[in-house]
Design a protein around this ligand. Structure first.
Ligand code: PEP
Ligand code: MN
Length: 337
């Protein structure tokens, strides 16, 4: 249920309703919009909240049909802006580009990539220290040592870092060392991990699962929000379809669809979506045109030597060449980059 307050409701009116709902055993989520305030009612048997309809300054009490309440637009009509360490905001006018290697392989590799990312005016460096690889014989990542390399690059180049946590143990380290915690496609429905991420005091980038519907993806985000962490950035990275020419199929329509259903920012990963470096630039530009709030792009100083995802990684010259065209598209749709 949501309680829609009337336009002229005072803070006292709002508190009275919130107090009553709390006394009835519900949790409340107050969203103060530009026009009016909406109180989300969370708990069991929320039909009982209809009683609020008789209270002063309550416009209406309406049932919420969608299963995702905290991340849905019904509860929170305005776009959420997710702020990372004060200076980078996802979901605002600026399109945020995150770039870097698939995996942290060495100090030199990360520093080279970081130098380019910083020189191009991008603010977030990506790099996996814990790698969820399809084969157990593939490079599994440098772990904690990789996180320390990323942290060194952050200090040296003034960047923020995003890196993936794959389980509870790695989450503890990632939350300590990184600025944004990435939850990968393979873990999107690892509900115990999502609950833990809810308890972490860091923004989280939640990738869409390989075969997840948009509803399942938003329910995964709901897990994180329901466990206490509202700072969620959604990332579409391609889904599995019958097409085999591309590694996955980029569902670009997820951008407007998710934006209609949810207030959370949405970013696109054109690298895992296509699996091929030469298709990354056109899809990155298309993503910005479609209204994505950011991009997550794999870039490596020497993709031919990469220990993971080399074929889809831009080399640093190609990354540099891409940025001006992204800026042009961003400006054409009323944004900056
Ligand atoms: C990655 O970002 O390197 C990664 C493993 O992505 P995904 O979870 O989308 O496969
Ligand atoms: Mn990768």
């Amino acid at each position: 249920m949501i309680v829609v307050m009337s336009k002229d409701a005072t803070p006292e009116d709002i508190n009275r309703v919130a107090d009553w709902l709390t006394a009835e055993g519900f949790r409340v989520h107050i969203s103060s919009g530009v026009e009016r305030t909406i109180i989300g009612v969370i708990g069991e048997n929320t039909e009982r909240a209809v009683g609020a309809a008789t209270m002063p300054a309550v416009d209406q009490v309406v049932p919420v049909q969608r299963p995702y309440k905290l991340v849905g637009r019904d509860f929170h009509p305005d776009d959420s802006q997710i702020r990372v360490r004060d200076d980078v905001v996802f979901g605002g006018p600026r399109v945020i580009v995150m770039a870097g290697p698939c995996a942290v392989e060495s100090r030199e590799q990360v520093m080279e990539a970081a130098e380019t990312v910083a020189r191009l005016g991008l603010s977030v460096l990506r790099g996996g220290a814990y790698k969820p690889r399809t084969s157990p014989y593939s490079f599994q990542g440098l772990g904690l040592e990789g996180l320390k390399i990323l942290a060194e690059a952050r200090e040296r180049y003034g960047l923020l870092i995003i890196t993936e946590a794959v389980d509870e143990a790695s989450l503890r380290h990632v939350a300590e060392w990184a600025d944004i915690v990435q939850i990968g496609a393979r873990n999107m429905q690892n509900f115990e991990l999502l609950k833990r991420v809810g308890q972490v005091n860091r923004p989280v980038l939640l990738k869409r699962g390989l075969s997840a519907t948009i509803d399942e993806w938003l329910m995964a985000a709901e897990y994180i929000a329901a466990h206490g962490n509202p700072n969620i950035i959604l990332c579409e990275r391609g889904i599995r379809t019958y097409e085999t020419k591309t590694r996955n199929t980029l569902d670009l329509s997820a951008v407007p669809v998710v934006k209609q259903l949810s207030h959370l920012p949405v970013v696109i990963d054109p690298s895992h979506a296509t699996g091929q470096w030469s298709w990354v630039a056109p899809m990155a530009r298309a993503a910005v045109a479609a209204g994505a709030d950011g991009l997550l792009i794999e870039a490596h100083p020497r993709p031919e030597e990469a220990l993971s995802d080399g074929p889809q990684s831009l080399n640093l010259t190609r990354l540099a060449a891409l940025i001006p065209s992204l800026r042009t598209v961003a400006e054409a749709v009323g944004r900056t980059l």
